[in-house]
Design a protein around this ligand. Structure first.
Ligand code: PLP
Length: 376
């Protein structure tokens, strides 16, 4: 049976050049980059070339890029050790961040003296940046942790404005850039920040590999202790297969950025236009990236099982709900933007690999489960 994939914000398929690079590395470059013999030196050289690719992609110096297992690992390290090593007394964030930030902050609020402040958000998911500006007028040494693109509703943060506000007040800007890297422009020379992190599987690279940028003015200590890999910042034998896959994936993403953005924009516009055939639809969020379309459906009996029904109709998308103790409820993001809990939200997330014809298929299927406007 045909199955359409509209869950690219969760993970993306590996593209051919990435598979080919990783296959070559698996077959031929098995050396440990810490070894000083031929095989080790070869592995080391490949890793350093990959570092250069990633650094160039975001305008960083090579020495400011570190490989790690995931954005989750990087964010845990950054938030935890910025308190310890940079004398951070307060972290300002938003309630719409990914769980790898929110849950780390919850943990830190219980185990350290740091003050955690969440900015207000409106019902479109806009984070109150005037409030950020005014909070930063106080003296406390502060780290501001805000995401570039929201993974559920797609809102794009005004990173230049946040960077500027942080600069004016001497605060450290930490940006969860996972959903923006490879899609939106991001250059740390234009948008200075202290830290950012990315994850390869969001831009057609492999899972289990990520990287972080740490500005050389605010060095922190590592999360893991052991070997001297990653210039003592991340112990453990380097995942050369993942690093090379990530490097090629980002290179291709940047080469094809315009083409991909055009295709994704067409897909998004087509979906929005065809959604007007359905009754009582709400699009969650504002100023979204074209890759993410969060759609809220009216409460009806059939809509109750929407995710399941889409799945058995051959469509993989993502639900905007979480389940605890068998009771389904809106995700923390939807709750914070005041989404009516009786409605159902589906996050459709696109890539350049999707087609207009797939969107037509999705709309036709949706019509079986949600009310259709009569006069169309
Ligand atoms: N931040 C955002 C916005 C994400 O969407 C994700 C993954 O879904 C993460 C962080 C965590 O990334 P990783 O799975 O690499 O730890």
């Amino acid at each position: 049976m045909r199955h359409i994939y509209l869950d690219h914000a969760s993970t993306t398929p590996l593209i051919e050049p990435v598979i080919s690079e990783m296959t070559t590395v698996m077959r031929e470059h098995f050396g440990n980059a810490s070894s000083i013999h031929h095989h080790g030196r070869q592995a080391k050289m490949m890793i350093e070339n990959a570092r250069k690719t990633i650094a160039n992609a975001i305008g960083a110096s090579i020495g400011e890029i570190f490989f790690c297992s995931s954005a989750t690992e990087a964010h845990n390290m950054i938030l935890t050790n910025a308190i310890k090593d940079l004398n951070v007394k307060r972290i300002i964030s938003s309630p719409l961040e990914h769980h790898c930030i929110i849950h780390t902050l919850e943990h830190l609020s219980k185990t350290t003296e740091v003050e955690i402040v969440y900015l207000s958000v409106d019902n479109k998911g806009n984070v109150d940046l005037d409030q950020l500006d005014s909070l930063l007028r106080s003296e406390a040494k502060t780290l501001v942790s805000l995401m570039y693109v929201n993974n559920e509703i797609g809102n794009v943060l005004q990173i230049n404005r946040v960077s500027q506000i942080c600069k004016e007040h001497g605060a450290l800007f930490h940006c969860d850039s996972v959903q923006g890297i490879g899609k939106l422009s991001l250059d740390v020379n234009i948008t200075p920040m202290a830290f950012l992190a990315g994850s390869a599987h969001k831009f057609n690279g492999p899972k289990g590999i990520g990287f972080f940028y740490m500005n050389s003015n605010n060095i922190i200590s590592p999360l893991l202790y052991g070997g001297a890999q990653e210039r003592n910042m991340r112990a453990g034998t380097e995942n050369i297969i993942g690093i090379m896959g990530m490097s090629v994936a980002l290179e291709v993403a940047l080469e094809e950025r315009e083409m991909r953005a055009k295709q994704v924009s067409l897909i998004n516009q087509h979906m929005r236009s065809r959604l007007t055939e359905l009754d009582d639809i709400i699009i969650n969020g504002t100023d979204q990236i074209d890759n993410i379309l969060s759609v809220s459906f009216p409460a009806t009996q059939k809509v109750d099982m929407l995710m399941f029904n889409l799945d058995i109709s051959g469509i993989s998308a993502s639900s905007g709900s979480a389940c605890s103790s068998g009771i389904e409820h809106d995700s923390h993001v939807l709750q914070h933007i005041g989404h009516p809990p009786e409605r159902k939200t589906i996050r459709f997330s696109f890539s350049h690999l999707n087609t207009i014809e797939e969107i037509d298929f999705v709309i036709d299927k949706l019509k079986n489960f949600t009310p259709v406007k009569e006069n169309i």
